[in-house]
Design a binder for this molecule. Structure first.
Ligand code: B12
Length: 641
């Protein structure tokens, strides 16, 4: 442990210059906040720190007129397909429209909406077929139901999004099938016990997407001349991009120290033993980055030995070692204010995929992302990674500190929208925050995720709305009292009905996270869950929802104590790299995959106001039992506060 990391070099004791990088892909409408947090913190410590969002830069480069010209040439030599035929037939129009359309989606050219909605400006590809679903008569307007006569900007934004989705389909067919706007080559990293798939992909000759990304990475290094690069990988879908960036920087600037961290690392690389990763990066750190980075920067200045690094993997003599000198984390009160300085805030793309008022929050609008607290105040849900630091270490800040941060961010960005990115924002803190915002007369709009617990009374919901809350998401999960109990969610269906109704009545949009396939869940449970959800939509408690298939992870209570949930775990594949999802055997034996299709179809329709009166059995392609939930369950729950 005392030997230096293999990659250690004489740093000539120069002062650290840090560049934090968001690796592609995350999202396009607003920056993922990790680099904003790290940059804000480092600057508060007097460190020269800059940041770059290479996810956004990659998309803007890929959809530039020159890149599109190349795409046309590349498509011309490929075997024909309906998608490419359409693209090539309209290539001139694509070339002429791409720059103005991006400027429109960036909010820099609003009058273009008039041309876009005429539907003679943008070339239309297969994605526009989705409009036919709205069954308009010949000559009628298929989008009138969603946008009315005057919803010009949103209507144009939706059409421009379909246009961009068509282009992304072409990029997938021509350049790289692994490309998506919110994830890139995700399957290479997600729960991959072996590093082999990533190693093979990284050893393959770079395609144009890779070379574009690597060019952007080197340009950022030229701009900022860092001696440290922090690569942030929040999701499995940003790992491959991060490692391509690392590859380019290592090759051209071997003296730059590269560290890897973020949500993916914190979750999946907790038992990392794979030495090949360290051909690309020098350090991999776990959990909150503030303390480990301070330790690394001290090490870089020669002021700290390797054995005193904090939560950091290094490769020494060919072997990966985890070094964890015990030092307290930086308290949440002292992590400083995130800064977006250096990110091109007027270049993010506001997209409108789904025509549901709540769903747009994830893709539309520039939200400043802020955490109300570190960790989760509840930390009991048995499907969640409650044993990990980002859940288990609950640490809050005062309402004064939070509003100080909010005001500083508004002053810096000029934008007043906030997305609170807590796993579940604590109701007590939200209440105090609302009071403080009101007291200071600070006008913002905000949304975030909560647990639908009874503390959210109609009065509190109104107070939150007054403080700027415009939308809320929360878990109704399996929508079954038996299973909610088993999963220790701490809410009941009736309570969720009352709380979501209180939010909705206060004018706050509500999204419900839904789950199926939980241990011991029967077909009857699933049908009943859908019936509850139907009634919640019908009574205006929720406006949006999404069903996720339950996945057992190794750091969740189900993964740690499967016997308590009536399941047995399947053995994990051997490997030195990622560890997260684990298969399990549930003696209930239900075919959840088959049920999932019906659940998703139903909720998709409910979100568009369709089929709310139909028997829930009608959404499944096979016979399922009749629901045992009373038809007036939610109506009654709402009458009984
Ligand atoms: C809010 C949130 C969302 C939101 C917003 C996402 C977004 N694009 O902003 C929504 C609901 C949309 C979402 C979606 C998804 N999410 Co999410 N999300 C979160 C959550 C709760 C908070 C993220 C956040 O903003 N944190 C605040 C920032 C500041 O913290 P941070 O990124 O962790 O950064 C800190 C440290 O990690 C570290 N650090 C970060 N980078 C680096 C780099 C270096 C070099 C160092 C040293 C340190 C360091 O320092 C930072 C400051 O302390 C986290 C869980 C959590 N509590 O962190 C899950 C989490 C990141 N999400 C996760 C996942 C899987 C997803 C999805 C892929 C789910 C899916 N299957 O669709 C999608 C991907 C969406 C996308 N492409 O944008 C996982 C990732 C784990 C994994 N397996 O890789 C997490 C960890 C939750 C979990 N356990 O499931 N998510």
């Amino acid at each position: 442990m005392n030997s230096v990391p293999e990659n250690a070099r004489d740093t000539t004791q120069e002062a650290p210059r840090v560049l934090s990088v968001i690796a592609p892909m995350t999202q396009l409408n607003t920056p993922y906040p990790s680099t904003a947090y790290l940059t804000g913190f480092l600057r508060s410590q007097g460190v020269v720190a800059e940041q770059a969002d290479l996810a956004l830069e990659l998309v803007l480069a890929l959809f530039s007129p020159q890149s599109l010209k190349n795409l046309v040439q590349e498509a011309q030599v490929l075997p024909s397909s309906p998608l490419l035929e359409n693209f090539l037939a309209q290539s001139d129009r694509y070339l002429n429209t791409v720059a103005p359309t991006l400027a429109f989606l960036q909010g820099r050219d609003s009058t273009l909406a008039h041309r876009i909605v005429g539907r003679h400006f943008l070339p239309e590809g297969p994605r526009f077929a989705s409009l036919d679903v709205y069954l308009a008569e010949e000559g009628e307007d298929p989008l009138a139901w969603a946008f009315g006569a005057l919803g010009l900007q949103d209507r144009a934004r939706h059409l421009a999004t379909l246009y961009l989705n068509d282009l992304a389909d072409v990029v997938r067919e021509v350049l790289d099938p692994r490309f998506e706007f919110v994830r890139y080559a995700e399957s290479l990293a997600a729960a991959q016990a072996s590093f082999d798939p990533l190693a093979t992909a990284l050893a393959a000759p770079p395609n144009r997407l890779d070379t574009t990304l690597q060019g952007l990475a080197l340009a950022a290094v030229e701009r900022h001349r860092p001696n440290w690069v922090l690569l942030s990988v929040p999701f499995p879908g940003s790992v491959y991009g991060a490692l391509r960036i690392a590859q380019a920087i290592k090759a051209k600037h071997p003296a730059i120290h590269i560290a890897l961290g973020g949500g993916y690392v914190n979750t999946e690389l907790r038992e990392l033993r794979e030495p090949r990763l360290f051909d690309l990066v020098d350090f991999v750190t776990l959990d909150s980055g503030e303390r480990p980075i301070l330790a690394l920067l001290e090490w870089g200045r020669g002021a700290r030995s390797t054995r005193r690094l904090v939560r950091t993997y290094v490769r020494q003599e060919g072997k990966v070692n985890f070094v964890n000198w015990p030092e307290p984390d930086v308290p949440f009160e002292q992590v400083g204010t995130p800064t977006w300085d250096g990110l091109p805030l007027d270049r993010y793309l506001s997209l409108l995929d789904m025509l549901n008022p709540m769903n747009r929050f994830w893709s539309d609008g520039r939200w400043n992302k802020l955490t109300v607290a570190h960790g989760c105040y509840w930390k009991k849900c048995s499907f969640c990674d409650v044993s990990l630091d980002y859940i288990s270490r609950y640490d809050a800040a005062s309402a004064e500190t939070l509003v100080d941060r909010i005001e500083a961010i508004v002053a810096e960005t000029g934008q007043t929208g906030f997305h609170f990115v807590d796993e579940a924002a604590p109701p007590k803190s939200l209440k105090a925050l609302a009071v403080e915002l009101q007291r200071r007369g600070t006008a913002i709009s905000w949304w975030g995720n909560v647990r639908f617990e009874k503390t959210f009374t109609p009065e509190l919901c109104l107070a939150l709305a007054d403080s700027g809350c415009v939308a809320i998401s929360g878990g109704l999960e399996v929508a079954s009292d038996r299973l909610l109990n088993l999963m220790q969610k701490g809410v009941s269906v009736a309570q969720v009905a009352r709380v979501t109704k209180a939010f909705s009545d206060a004018g706050i949009l509500v999204h419900a996270y839904l789950m199926y396939g939980f241990p011991t869940q029967t077909v009857q449970d699933t049908v009943d869950a859908l019936e509850y959800v139907r009634q919640l939509f019908l009574h205006g408690c929720i406006q949006s929802g999404f069903w996720h298939r339950f996945v057992c992870t190794v750091h969740s209570p189900v993964g740690l104590h499967p016997q308590d949930f009536g399941v047995t775990l399947l053995p994990l594949p051997p490997g030195d790299f990622a560890k997260n999802d684990v298969g399990f055997f549930d003696p209930t034996g239900v075919d959840h995959a088959a049920l999932g299709d019906g659940l998703k179809k139903a909720v998709y329709n409910y979100m568009h106001g369709i089929g709310l009166e139909e028997d829930v059995r009608s959404w499944f392609d096979f016979a399922v039992p009749k629901t045992q939930v009373k038809k007036n369950f939610v109506a009654k729950a709402l009458l009984n506060p």
